[in-house]
Design a protein around this ligand. Structure first.
Ligand SMILES: C[S@@+](CC[C@H](N)C(=O)[O-])C[C@H]1O[C@@H](n2cnc3c(N)ncnc32)[C@H](O)[C@@H]1O
Length: 253
């Protein structure tokens, strides 16, 4: 399986989800996969005032904004911004003097995000087309890199962390929610592109994940929480245990 095969499978899946996104696509079901509305991951007070088109296209596995401790005036980058929910939440916290950039490779998802931006009248948010392994963002320009259920989908996680490091200012922070495992998937499971694009078989062991971040140069790497993800991603026999983790780190000054 080449990297472009994986990108194509992921893009195909999220393009189809964006194209079919409709209010109540998930309803109250508790067995939603990563392809369904997951706005219940957030404190309801946070979501107040967000249009249903934003909350119903929430495909994350956590809430990276709440652990990011954002300050007014900061510049935030969201890796794999989807319909934009975390960008809009961050935009409220950084205010008019701050700025939020969402990067996503899926054109249909960018169209949804931009339509949501217009609906919200958000002036401090911008969505850019690009791959998180080669970010369309200037060096040393970002205060906080966040991401919600996306890095597990990347075929080159080393490149993603390298890019996050490159674009962060010295002292900049990382705030991630992502799917991780205890143990690794077998090569045959990893080759299952459907499961990969459902945020399952692209996930790697949490120690490997934080190890890659350390090798990139990040410091103060903390797994803030790690909870069983079986309610979010379906696990089958022969798979390692799967978790939704919140991970923070810093680029040294
Ligand atoms: C599971 S969804 C999460 C979306 C959003 N973060 C949220 O919480 O709703 C994954 C998103 O990441 C994007 N994505 C996946 N891999 C990517 C990559 N390598 N480069 C850029 N975007 C990617 C997909 O297009 C999709 O919009």
């Amino acid at each position: 399986m080449t990297q472009s095969d994986i990108h194509a499978a992921v893009q195909q899946r999220y393009g189809a989800i964006a194209d079919s996104a409709a209010p109540s696509c998930c309803g109250d079901s508790s067995d939603c996969g990563c392809d369904s509305a997951n706005a219940t991951l957030y404190d309801s007070a946070l979501l107040e005032g967000l249009p249903v088109d934003v909350t119903n296209l929430s495909l994350g596995c956590g809430d990276p904004v709440s652990i990011a401790s954002l300050n007014p005036g900061e510049t935030v980058l969201d890796l794999g911004s989807g319909g934009g929910i975390d960008c809009f939440l961050a935009a409220r916290q950084v205010g008019d003097s701050g700025y939020v950039i969402g990067v996503d490779m899926t054109p249909a998802m960018l169209m949804k995000a931009n339509a949501n931006k217009v609906q919200m009248g958000a002036h401090n948010v911008e969505f850019r087309k690009g791959q998180i392994e080669a970010l369309p963002v200037t060096d040393n320009s970002i205060d906080v890199v966040m991401s919600n259920c996306v890095i597990n989908l990347s075929p080159d996680k080393t490149a993603v962390f390298g890019e996050a490091f490159r674009v962060l200012k010295p002292g900049g922070r990382v705030s991630i929610s992502d799917i991780v495992t205890e143990g690794e998937f077998s090569e045959s499971l990893r080759a299952d592109m459907a499961k990969w694009s459902e945020c399952v078989t692209g996930a790697i062991d949490v120690e490997s994940y934080t190890g890659l971040m350390r090798e990139t140069g990040f410091v103060d790497i903390q797994v803030v929480s790690k909870v069983d993800a079986e309610g979010i991603v379906p696990r089958q026999d022969g798979m390692p245990r799967i978790f939704s983790a919140r991970i923070t780190a810093t680029k040294p000054v």
